[in-house]
Structure formats: structure tokens, C-alpha cells
Design a protein around this ligand. Structure first.
Ligand SMILES: Cc1cc2nc3c(=O)[nH]c(=O)nc-3n(C[C@H](O)[C@H](O)[C@H](O)COP(=O)(O)OP(=O)(O)OC[C@H]3O[C@@H](n4cnc5c(N)ncnc54)[C@H](O)[C@@H]3O)c2cc1C
Length: 481
């Protein structure tokens, strides 16, 4: 007799059962891409005899809601781990080691568990700006994101009937936003993926959005969700492939799982590794170009004797060479409270084209992925631009508001380490490996739905776009005969 656990009570399904079934769709990996896709298919297939199997390599590691990780982060200049469970600190504890080529400087890595990295992510959801979207993504896909799926994804990730419009809680916040708008008129409140029913969503009133929440809801209520089965602790090793079709997903232990359609959602490194172990084509693009955009961050300690200020803001900008970036400012200052951690931070996400000398290959000894990832040359003009702009903003705020900046050195010196944000993309990209519907050019019943499909590392956090792609793919698969 074994002890009753969350896992064996709500995920009783066994690999032996799964291997004797034939599914409509097998989704491999339950992270941001796979989790949203599987939940969408579970809903869309209701009332039909179509069944989805979601295969996840790990187990249930986190609580049913996203960890209470939301908050200011450890930053470049103030390397202090603060708050019980800030997301960077938690991520550093739980991520897996990746085999690296000597020349790589990479601090990222996968998290193998239900929900993948959606358990520890930072909840920042932003659209890719239209200019970038139309430059790098196929036009039909860009059109459908702009006209339909971004809005759907925002609603989905805020679990709200109406997309919330964050707004201020006092006149000090209004005044601060007005001041910033005078420097850059595009400054706005940022949407936060929180399951709140208030318009002030950035305050995370009810709980952070995580894929796990939806999947646990399904696991707790199997009678209402007869079309989805979740198989935990099962690693897919490779896909069987014959005459341009996938004929089975083979587990690490050698079981073969069968379906009409297969969707790879194992993350930017592991989806590439599964494709390489399966010898998928086109060989010249599989696993190539893993890239993370350059991001810059600095945190400052600030105080106020006036009202609390709790704002997540962003603005669009361009460097001198016209390359776009996204600037975000997070402020969390409590009246009369002086902390020893940064509570006013600047972050910059730049646009970075895929770097064709980076790659994921298979380590000859272990057959596990081996990664080479390097950044493009650091451009000091960009760093100068950032420092000049930050100084201007700080000076203007000091002159016009009740905020006093305590830290005196707030200059940015280099980008944050590669992989720290987990925004790596590009190993199975749209236009080379999959088409605008995320369907493989070579294997007609294979789709890919994770960060590996991005054709650029855009000037925006990527998860909203991935969620939009997953919702779109769910509708496409559900409507196909
Ligand atoms: C600290 C931190 C903060 C972040 N903040 C933000 C943010 O604010 N905004 C934003 O947009 N993004 C943010 N991100 C990035 C975001 O989390 C990722 O973009 C997103 O989760 C990637 O989703 P994915 O589906 O591609 O991969 P993952 O989330 O990595 O999911 C892959 C899944 O596949 C499973 N898997 C792997 N291999 C196999 C296999 N062989 N067989 C079966 N299953 C397998 C894994 O266990 C995992 O569940 C952050 C990430 C981190 C770590």
C-alpha cells in the first residue's frame, strides 16, 4: 500500500494504459505552449470522440497556483536575493543543468514539471510591436495575432471577462505617469498575467497566472473533462517517422504512443533534441540558431514619505540605429519604508535577430542536448543610450515627485546573463522548419508549439505571443477534419 499523494490521486494514468490507446492528438510537454494547447483542445473536443494525451516529463512540483514569486527581482547591481520566493531565486534552485559547449555563457535551463517554466515566470505579458511582427513573421500569422489572438491570449491569461485596464491608486501614481509621458509619450501601464477580477490587475489580487492552475482544475474534475488525459513522469525520447508522417512517440522506456497528430512543446532546447534524436528534416535548420535577446536591467533603492507607489509601466523606444526596444519600469515603494533591496527598476528588452552560429546538438555520450549559445557583439552605443535615458528619467522624477533615490550608482554596464530571462528562441523556427500554422514542412501530422518556433528574439517578453500561438493552433486542430 502506498501513501496517497496529489500525484497518485489525481494523475493515476499509467504509461501501459496510454500505449494501448490511439489518440487524436498527443501534446508533448505541458509548459506555456503545451499546457495552453492541451487545455484548449480538451475544451474544443468536448462532445466528440477525439481524445488528447498530454505527456509531461516531470511531476507536480509546485502548488496548484503559480508560486508566490511575483515581485522585484535580483538585479545586476544589487545582487541580493530578497523576498521568500522571488521568481529568479526559485528558478535558479529548480532548473536543470544543460551540457554546454565551452564557449557558451548560459545560465538558463529547463524545468521538468507540470507547467514547465510557467511556474516561476514573471507574469509580464506584452505584444510584439507591429513593425517587428510584420518584419519577421509571415503576414497571415501576424494579421491573425494583431486582429484576433493577442486579445484572446490577454483575456485567457488574466482570466477575466474583460481585458483589464490597469490604473492608478492615487494621485502620486498619476503624476509619475504624466512625468514619464513627457519624456516618452508611449509610457503605459503594463498588463500582468494575474487571475484577478479587478481592473487593477498588476496588484495580483487573486493569484498569478500559471498553466498548472488550469491543468490541475482538469485533473481535479475528470468527469467534466473527458477528452484530456495527462500522463506525468514520462519522457518522450523520439518520434517515429515514416514517409513524411509521424507514426509514434517513443518514451524513454521504449513504449510507443500513437495518435493522428503530434505536437512538440518540450521547450526550445528539448524540442530540438527530440527532433534531432528522431532525425527529422530539414536537417540544416533543426536545432540551429538558439538566441536570446539582449536585456539590460538595473535596480535602485528609493523611498517616499508620500503615497505608496506600485506601478508596472512600459514604453517603446528606438536606439540611434533605429533598432526597437521595450523599456519597462517597475516601482514598488511603500510609504515611509526603506528597504535594502531595489524597489525601482529599469529593464530593456532589445530586438535580436537569430544568430546562426548558435546551436543545439546531441552530446555523443549521453544523447542529451548540448548547447552553444553566445550573444552578438555588445554595442556600447546602446549601453550609452540606456544610461543617458535612465539618468534623464531619474533626474526628472527627483525634481518633480516625492520619490527620493537612495542608490547613487545606477549605471548599466553589460547585458544580463544569457538565459536569465528564459527568452531563448529559434531552434525550430517558423519559415524554415514549420509554416505559419506551426505545421512541419516535412512531416504533415507534426506541429511545434513552444518558443523554438520564434523567427526572431523580439523586443518583448515572449509568453503572450506563445499563448496566442497555442490558442490559435488549438482552434486550427479542433476544426480540422
Ligand atoms: C524566472 C523567469 C521569469 C520569466 N518571466 C517572464 C515574463 O515575465 N514574461 C514572459 O513572457 N516570459 C517570462 N519567462 C519566460 C517564460 O517562462 C517562457 O517563455 C515560457 O515558459 C516558455 O514556454 P515553453 O512552452 O516554450 O517551454 P517550457 O515552459 O520550458 O515547457 C516545456 C515543457 O516540456 C516538458 N518536457 C521537456 N522535455 C520533455 C520530454 N522529452 N518529454 C515530455 N515532456 C518534456 C518540460 O518538463 C516542460 O513542462 C520567464 C522565465 C523565467 C524562468
Amino acid at each position: 500500500m502506498h501513501t496517497k499523494t496529489l500525484e497518485n490521486t489525481f494523475f493515476p494514468y499509467k504509461i501501459e494504459d496510454a500505449s494501448s490507446q490511439h489518440y487524436e492528438t498527443i501534446v508533448i510537454g505541458s509548459g506555456m505552449g503545451g499546457g495552453i494547447l492541451a487545455a484548449t483542445l480538451a475544451e474544443k473536443y468536448k462532445g466528440t470522440d477525439k481524445k488528447v494525451l498530454l505527456v509531461e516529463r516531470g511531476g507536480v512540483v509546485f502548488t496548484t497556483h503559480c508560486l508566490n514569486t511575483f515581485g522585484s527581482r535580483t538585479t545586476q547591481n544589487n545582487n541580493i536575493a530578497f523576498e521568500a520566493q522571488n521568481n529568479t531565486k526559485t528558478y535558479n534552485k529548480v532548473k536543470e543543468k544543460v551540457i554546454l559547449e565551452d564557449s557558451s555563457e548560459y545560465v538558463g535551463g529547463p524545468i521538468y514539471c507540470l507547467g514547465g517554466k510557467s511556474n516561476v515566470w514573471g507574469l509580464m505579458i506584452r505584444r510584439i510591436d507591429k513593425a517587428t511582427l510584420y518584419k519577421y513573421f509571415p503576414q497571415t500569422l501576424a494579421d491573425s495575432l494583431v486582429n484576433e489572438y493577442y486579445k484572446k491570449a490577454e483575456k485567457f491569461m488574466t482570466n477575466n471577462k474583460h481585458t483589464p485596464n490597469p490604473s492608478s491608486q492615487n494621485e502620486d501614481e498619476d503624476h509619475l505617469l504624466d512625468t514619464l509621458k513627457k519624456i516618452n509619450p508611449t509610457f503605459k501601464w503594463s498588463l500582468i498575467a494575474s487571475e484577478s477580477n479587478t481592473h487593477q490587475c498588476y496588484r495580483v489580487a487573486r493569484g498569478a497566472y500559471s498553466v498548472v492552475d488550469k491543468l490541475m482544475e482538469i485533473a481535479y474534475n475528470p468527469e467534466d473533462n473527458p477528452n484530456l488525459t495527462i500522463l506525468l513522469n514520462t519522457k518522450i525520447d523520439r518520434l517515429e517517422n515514416s514517409d513524411g508522417r509521424i507514426t509514434g512517440a517513443v518514451t524513454y522506456e521504449g513504449f510507443t504512443l500513437k495518435a493522428n497528430t503530434y505536437v512538440l512543446c518540450a521547450g526550445v532546447i528539448e524540442s530540438a533534441a527530440i527532433s534531432l534524436r528522431s532525425k527529422l528534416e530539414p536537417k540544416e535548420y533543426i536545432g540551429k540558431c538558439i538566441t536570446e535577446h539582449e536585456c539590460y536591467e538595473v535596480g535602485i533603492i528609493a523611498k517616499t514619505h508620500s503615497k505608496d507607489i506600485n506601478m508596472k509601466l512600459y514604453a517603446k523606444g528606438k536606439f540611434e540605429d533605429k533598432e526597437p526596444y521595450l523599456l519597462y519600469i517597475y516601482i514598488n515603494i511603500q510609504k515611509n519604508e526603506i528597504n535594502n533591496y531595489p524597489n525601482f527598476s529599469f529593464g530593456y528588452c532589445t530586438n535580436t535577430e537569430l544568430i546562426d552560429t548558435n546551436y543545439v546538438i546531441l552530446d555523443e555520450e549521453s544523447n542529451n542536448p548540448k548547447v552553444k549559445i553566445q550573444r552578438s557583439l555588445i554595442n556600447n552605443n546602446k549601453i550609452d543610450h540606456i544610461n543617458k535615458q535612465n539618468s534623464q528619467i531619474i533626474q526628472r522624477i527627483s525634481e518633480t515627485s516625492n520619490i527620493e533615490f537612495i542608490s547613487k550608482d545606477y549605471s548599466v554596464k553589460s547585458p544580463i546573463p544569457l538565459g536569465a530571462y528564459c527568452h531563448e528562441v529559434g531552434t525550430l523556427r517558423i519559415g524554415k522548419v514549420v509554416d505559419e500554422n506551426l505545421r512541419s514542412y516535412r512531416q504533415k501530422n507534426l506541429y511545434i508549439c513552444d518558443l523554438s518556433v520564434f523567427p526572431v528574439s523580439p523586443p518583448a517578453n515572449p509568453s503572450l505571443t506563445l499563448a496566442a500561438l497555442a490558442l490559435r493552433l488549438g482552434e486550427t486542430l479542433a476544426s480540422s477534419k
